[in-house]
Write a protein that binds this ligand. Structure first.
Ligand code: NAD
Ligand code: G6P
Ligand code: MN
Length: 440
């Protein structure tokens, strides 16, 4: 069995220990020769690197493991690069959430004005990093989790149009599939989904079981009657439970398809704003929760010198999805995964150059998306306006255009008013001086 060299960008991410744990668990399916963690933050990288040394010493002793802050060490002779970076860190995420909320519009990591702000920060670093990777490893598969994935995918499509080995993915469809499994008391591994939309902006139209029965009608019924919770509800913070609970409202209003949880911000912007606290947002919850927990546990394990008894609570769906996508590419398994690809007729009544999220057969040559066909007017209208917002955001980045930025935010359903859009934009420009291109 061929063994692969893997690098992880954003090696100091809060998701890294979970991913490393899953790499150990799945090492017979996706065996690694060399693993390099790369981060620009030496301290974060070292803390997680020292934890990883202890983990691998016990669980993966044959692995050649390194961690670094040097580009050349990270990207030489690598087969798969996994990316999960956050330009500006949680401190900037906090601003993305709080600035819009303080002005009465949605402030969220990837949706609305917050996602816009984060997108304009991510593009620059993502482009630089992919150039760095390509300097050393021309053919490496680049599997990207970095958010906001919709905007990152659109920017990378434009900057690297010939590069067929950059794939943007999101774990939320898998989180939902596993949660459907919990609701129905079935193993989601046997589900075959039909899904369409944009990243954090999509719907399940069908969900087939191993016998070809569509489970959507039953799921719809159960969600309407009993509500909806995540598969790992016991480990979730309150804001995530609130988010999953909103699926019931969405299914009541639009029962046709099962919505991605992120649609709550677009269906109910005013309601969500009135239920979000502008002084304490998800960024605060994460900084006081996951970030603290993960780094404390890494330090504890490094000191103890053993992972024995260590409980690193993590989202299996997130880490296993990434590894399974890599595995399916590595061994041409042709398994079906929901990923972000260029439309090219998949949704037949939508422009070809939209980056859509759909079910695809994952082959050694990457995703071969499954046809969706024509989508109904409601979804088409929503997707076209959201896609125009995404494209204008990326235009604003490449052209340094204030006008395009203003158009983007005005089109976003969470904002709508051009006066509000200008107000939010001006405050975000002030807060993002260090990261954004200069707007003319
Ligand atoms: P985090 O801040 O804990 O981790 C990000 C790490 O990236 C930090 O250690 C930081 O120093 C590092 N970093 C920043 N800029 C970098 C650069 N230019 N090069 C290399 N490293 C850099 O954040 P997190 O919450 O753990 O999330 C990490 C990323 O994964 C975010 O972009 C997040 O949105 C994304 N994510 C995406 C999905 C998805 O569904 N696509 C799911 C989970 C997380
Ligand atoms: C889901 C989404 C990701 C997002 C993450 C946020 O997994 O698919 O895109 O980054 O949730 O989680 P957090 O716990 O940081 O709010
Ligand atoms: Mn996502």
């Amino acid at each position: 069995m061929k063994k692969f060299n893997v690098s992880l960008v954003g090696g100091g991410s809060t998701w890294t220990p979970g991913l490393l744990t899953s790499l150990c668990k799945l090492k017979d399916r996706f065996p690694i020769n060399r693993l390099v963690l790369f981060d620009i933050d030496k301290e974060r990288q070292e803390t997680i690197g020292n934890y990883a040394k202890v983990l691998f010493n016990e669980k993966y002793p044959e692995l050649d493991f390194r961690y670094t802050t040097k580009v050349e060490e990270a990207y030489i002779d690598v087969d798969f690069v996994i990316m999960q970076m956050r330009t500006g860190g949680y401190k900037m995420r906090e601003k993305d959430e709080k600035i819009p909320l303080s002005l009465g519009v949605i402030g969220q990591e990837t949706c609305g004005a917050g996602g816009f702000a984060y997108g304009l920060r991510s593009i620059r670093d993502m482009i630089k990093t992919i150039r760095d990777i390509r300097k050393y490893s021309k053919d490496a598969w680049i599997l990207n989790y970095t958010n906001p994935a919709a905007i990152v995918a659109e920017a990378l499509r434009r900057e690297f149009p010939e590069d067929k080995r950059v794939l943007n993915i999101c774990d939320q469809p898998v989180n939902l599939l596993r949660s459907y499994g919990r609701v129905l008391g079935k193993d989601s591994k046997n589900f075959e989904p039909v899904y369409f939309g944009l990243n954090h902006f999509g719907w399940f139209t069908n969900l087939y079981d191993e016998n070809g029965n569509d489970l959507v009608p039953e799921l719809r019924k159960v969600i309407k009657e009993k509500g909806f919770i995540p598969v790992d509800a016991e480990q979730r913070d309150k804001s995530w439970l609130d988010t999953y609970a909103m699926v019931q409202d969405m299914v009541n209003d639009f029962p046709e398809y099962l919505p991605n949880t992120y649609l709550q911000y677009y269906y109910y912007p005013d309601y969500k704003v009135s239920h979000l606290n502008p002084d304490y947002t998800r960024a605060n919850e994460v900084m006081e929760g996951r970030e603290k927990r993960v780094f404390e546990e890494c330090r504890r394990v490094a000191k103890a010198g053993t992972v024995e008894g260590s409980v690193m609570v993590h989202n299996d769906a997130h880490s296993e999805f990434m590894i399974e996508v890599a595995e399916s590419i590595a061994y041409n398994l042709k398994k079906i995964y929901i990923v972000i690809v260029k439309n090219n007729g998949i949704i037949s009544n939508l422009d070809d150059d939209v980056m859509v999220e759909v079910a695809s057969v994952m082959t050694a040559n990457g995703p071969r998306p499954l046809a969706v066909g024509k989508i109904p007017t409601f979804y088409k209208g929503l997707i076209e306006s959201q896609s125009a917002y995404e494209k204008l955001t990326v235009d604003a980045y490449f052209e340094g255009s204030y006008e395009k930025a203003l158009q983007a935010l005005t089109l976003n359903r969470t904002i709508v008013s051009a006066k509000k859009a200008r107000e939010v934009l001006d405050k975000l420009i002030e807060a993002n001086k260090e990261f954004w291109p200069e707007f003319k």
